[in-house]
Design a binder for this molecule. Structure first.
Ligand code: PLP
Length: 374
């Protein structure tokens, strides 16, 4: 084979240019313009969240969440260590200490049974990250959060069109954040959305996102001038990005279907190589497909072998608690039984809308395992 297979190719619907042109012609390019409104309404309908605000990124959606939860220096936030840095940074920026607990090996998500023992007087929130668009055990987690009066923030960066039973991911906790970064199922280069599911937080979210002003109430005619009313920052997505995103949002079902077909192809051919999700409980979105090798050494050999066939694969997060910043800013509660071990075995295969070489990739992986069995 002669063609390189990249790890990811960002999706294009083909209609992005047309909508971006429209935005340019209107000369209305700041945040909260017509395309932003269209995207927000579409996302509210699609997810059933009471309020969706487009943001510059998922990272900023999480930072906005930490502000909304009034995280103060010394507060503790519980999360798994197998997640992206932004899950932790958003709270660290407010002075919080991160308390990491172990993951479940089947989904790589936070182990809901490890949360309660990590709660102290200082615990303010639980952050859940649904890896690969496969849901965390939200019933159990929300029950614990209710009992201890904790906020639940969903890092739903990978979760557009993914569900927990009937509920869209990102709509179950008090707040949820999507990413529309170009590595995600649909994107606008850089972008995100915050889902505000607790209605009590909506008004303040609008203010914080608008630099701490009540500009939104002013634009709605509710006050006669706008001024500084709270802390805040600038988390609004530009209209150009919103126009691009709108073209992609219109195709979301088609994108998911295509990705799930590739996912299923991998799953059938590589069953037994480590993706162990319980498929009846979760309707995921084919965001990524991983296998698990025996150990780190075998993973390195497989990566090299596939690379020699021009196939690009990728492992994922270095557990945060073992990173330089994580050691200083967080602490692991309980035993790291799975986080390190399982993350060292995990390997992600190419998965994108235009991928056509699934069967070739599978064949090379099977060849690799045949060759090491000899
Ligand atoms: C991609 C991703 C992010 C960051 O998203 P941005 O939009 O780039 O800020 C955060 N968390 C997880 C789990 C991600 O996969």
């Amino acid at each position: 084979m002669s063609k390189t297979i990249p790890f990811n190719i960002p999706y294009l619907s083909g209609e992005e240019e047309q909508y971006v042109q429209q935005a340019i012609q209107r000369r209305n390019l700041a945040g909260d313009g017509p395309f932003t409104k269209k995207c927000q309404i579409l996302l509210e309908d699609f997810t059933k969240s009471p309020n969706v605000l487009l943001t510059t990124s998922c990272t900023h959606g999480l930072e906005l969440s930490a502000l909304l939860c009034n995280i103060q220096p010394g507060d503790e936030v519980i999360m798994s260590s197998f997640t992206f840095v932004s899950s932790a940074n958003a709270f660290v920026l407010r002075g919080a200490k991160i308390v990491f607990v172990d993951i479940r090996p089947d989904t790589m998500n936070i182990d809901e049974q490890k949360i309660e023992a990590a709660i102290t007087d200082k615990t303010k929130a639980i952050l859940v990250m649904h890896y690969a668009g496969v849901a965390c055990a939200m019933n159990e987690i929300m029950e614990i959060a209710d009992r201890y009066h904790l906020f639940v923030i969903e890092d739903a960066a990978q979760c557009i069109d993914a569900y927990y039973h009937e509920q869209h991911l990102g709509t179950i906790g008090h707040l949820g954040a999507f990413s529309f970064h170009s590595t995600k199922n649909i994107h606008c280069g850089e972008g995100g959305a915050l889902l505000i599911n607790d209605k009590k937080l909506i008004e303040r979210a609008e203010i914080i996102r608008e630099k701490g002003t009540n500009r939104k109430s002013f634009l709605r005619g509710e006050v006669d001038k706008y001024s500084w009313v709270d802390i805040g920052s600038s988390y609004l997505m530009s209209e150009l990005n919103a126009a691009f995103l709108y073209a992609q949002l219109l195709k979301i079902k088609e994108v998911t279907q295509k990705r799930l077909a590739i996912w299923e192809q991998y799953f059938k051919a590589l069953d037994g190589l480590g993706f162990e999700i319980n498929k009846t409980a979760y309707q995921h979105n084919g965001h990524l497909f991983f296998i698990k090798t025996k150990n780190k050494e075998e993973r390195s050999r497989l990566i090299r072998s596939l690379k020699s066939k021009l196939i690009n694969t990728a492992f994922h997060y270095v557990p945060l608690h073992s990173s330089k910043a994580g050691k200083r800013l967080g602490q692991f509660h309980g035993q790291d039984k799975f986080t390190t071990k399982e993350s060292e075995r995990l390997l992600r295969l190419p998965l994108y809308y235009d991928l056509e070489e699934g069967s070739v990739i599978v064949e090379f992986i099977n060849q690799f395992y045949l060759s090491i069995c000899k």
